[in-house]
Design a protein around this ligand. Structure first.
Ligand code: ZN
Length: 240
């Protein structure tokens, strides 16, 4: 399932990558980079849908974004914990298999505790993946050269980096529509996520972020560590 790739995008729940950086993922795959997606949990605590349904929806969303592979590590929804050695080593194993040059992960500032925990878990695992003497049985050590953090769905991020995702926004919208159990207003119990207001707010945020750089749509990121200029050039450079 997990194969070597250029970039890995990590989310706490099966729709987090789409919401926070789906446009960026679609832009990267369209440019010819290989991207893998890791859902840390199956989203089993969600009000709507169940783990199996969410898995199918996530796979369809992955096709819309053009990603090379998508896996779920089945860590506990509502219980992500960067101090849990089993959770760290689970993610280290994935990172060593994928050996990505760049990582996209949640930002620490979102109010959902899983999102902040995921941010810390990814930071820890990304570092430990490069420690030669840490769990060598999990694979050859490697460390991403760039760790970018995307905004959570209830977070107004002051971005360090804004990616123009205008040309990729149709793919992001299609990927979000794939998560019908979460966002379809007609699909079940009324929730904030399925209110219509929620997805409108995500689009509004992405429009406001794009406006910062004079584009129709943008996705904002903070950086964990310094932004390596050559890595940014590699990540967003024209290939085709
Ligand atoms: Zn989430």
């Amino acid at each position: 399932m997990v194969a070597r790739c250029d970039v890995i995008a990590v989310g706490a729940h099966p729709d987090d990558v789409e919401l926070g950086c789906g446009g960026t993922v679609a832009r990267l795959t369209a440019s010819g980079l290989s991207v893998g997606v890791v859902d840390l949990s199956a989203g089993e605590l969600g009000t709507r849908g169940d783990a199996a349904m969410r898995r199918r929806e996530a796979d369809e969303a992955a096709r819309q974004l053009g990603v090379a592979w998508r896996v779920c590590t089945e860590l506990p929804d509502g219980g992500l914990d960067p101090s849990d050695e089993r959770q760290v080593s689970t993610l280290v194993a994935v990172l060593r298999q994928g050996a990505p040059r760049a990582l996209l992960a949640p930002d620490t500032g979102d109010s959902h505790p899983d999102h902040g925990a995921a941010a810390a878990l990814v930071q820890r695992a990304a570092f430990m993946a490069g420690v030669v003497r840490y769990r060598p049985e999990l694979g050859a050590p490697c460390r991403p050269r760039l760790l970018l953090n995307y905004a959570g769905p209830r977070q107004l991020l002051t971005p360090t980096l804004v990616v123009d995702v205008s040309r990729a926004y149709a793919a992001k919208s299609a990927a979000l529509a794939s998560h019908a159990s979460q966002f379809d207003p007609t699909g079940g119990a009324p929730t904030h996520l399925a209110s219509g207001f929620f997805l409108a707010a995500i689009e509004g945020r992405d429009r406001a972020c794009g406006n910062v750089i004079g584009s129709e749509f943008g996705e904002g990121f903070t950086a964990c560590g310094a932004l390596v200029a050559d890595e940014i050039a590699w990540l967003f450079g024209e290939r085709r």
